[in-house]
Write a new protein. Structure first.
Length: 120
């Protein structure tokens, strides 16, 4: 990971942290901010922004990474209710969930992430 604020919003970085389902949920949450700026999504994005700011500070990289990752998970998970609206959306949720399991089981770049966070 590059030591810049913008790199914490990189889709590739988010895919490595959140997986396909989480990235899709984060996109949904972001679209809800655009539709209604005075919502819980905006507050959650503020927490993500503050946590991402911690990543560029010269403090413990492991702890700041975990704080940033947890804030991204919360930001993504608040959009899960979107999938309860119809059977097609529920099916899409299940397909993305399976894709996420597959991604983390077989394609996840854990070694690259750990090397980047812990050894840079």
């Amino acid at each position: 990971m590059n030591k810049s604020y913008i790199s914490s919003f990189n889709p590739r970085f988010l895919l490595e942290i959140l997986g396909p389902l989480g990235l899709f949920l984060a996109i949904i949450s972001t679209s809800k901010i655009v539709k209604n700026p005075k919502s819980i999504y905006t507050l959650s994005m503020g927490v993500v922004g503050a946590a991402s700011l911690l990543l560029i500070l010269p403090i413990n990289p492991q702890k700041t990474f975990y704080i940033s990752a947890i804030s991204w998970y919360v930001f993504a998970l608040i959009s899960t209710t979107t999938f309860a609206k119809s059977k097609k959306m529920s099916l899409l949720f299940l397909l993305l969930l399976l894709a996420s399991f597959w991604y983390f089981a077989f394609s996840w770049q854990q070694k690259a992430i750990c090397n980047e966070i812990f050894f840079n």
